[in-house]
Write a protein of this length. Structure first.
Length: 156
């Protein structure tokens, strides 16, 4: 099964650039964490994950990816599969902001994506820059031990 992903990224001021991509998703494999991490590295603000039903393990994976990468994730699914997990929007803290009903009635989950919202100060202003630096290896590089035992990674 293939899922469509829409990526939203700021270009300069308040304008948004929306691009689309296709990533392979299998019901047996959790949400593609590497893809979401790459979107974060590219500076996206939000990712829209669409799937035919969002089972509990996908919901947990989406929440984890939103929190680990400090991005908003929109989870879209048809109303007739809402009983498997309704559509909604997850904040960069990993919490659901808004969700549709789990009934088969059509609905919309609407959320404001505001990078300056005080509720997201830690994930967006502190955690995201720190994680970006950590992924580059810059944080602890000067504190690394430089001795023969530390350089030899094949023995104790």
């Amino acid at each position: 099964m293939r899922s469509g992903v829409f990526v939203i990224r700021r270009d300069g001021g308040a304008s948004l650039k929306v691009t689309t991509a296709q990533i392979p998703v299998s019901p047996e494999i959790s949400v593609n964490a590497a893809a979401v991490a790459e979107y974060e590295r590219l500076g996206v603000d939000a990712v829209l994950f669409s799937s035919y039903g969002i089972p509990t393990h996908f919901q947990i994976g989406l929440q984890a990816n939103a929190a680990l990468n400090c991005v908003w994730i929109g989870a879209a699914t048809p109303a007739q599969t809402a009983h498997k997990g309704p559509a909604g929007v997850i904040g960069p803290d990993g919490q659901w902001i808004n969700r549709c009903s789990a009934s088969s009635e059509p609905g919309l989950a609407i959320a404001v994506l505001d990078r300056d919202d005080p509720a997201y100060e830690i994930p967006l202003q502190k955690a995201r820059p720190w994680r970006s630096k950590a992924r580059q290896g810059d944080i602890y590089r000067e504190k690394m031990a430089d001795d023969p035992r530390s350089r030899n990674r094949a023995s104790y």
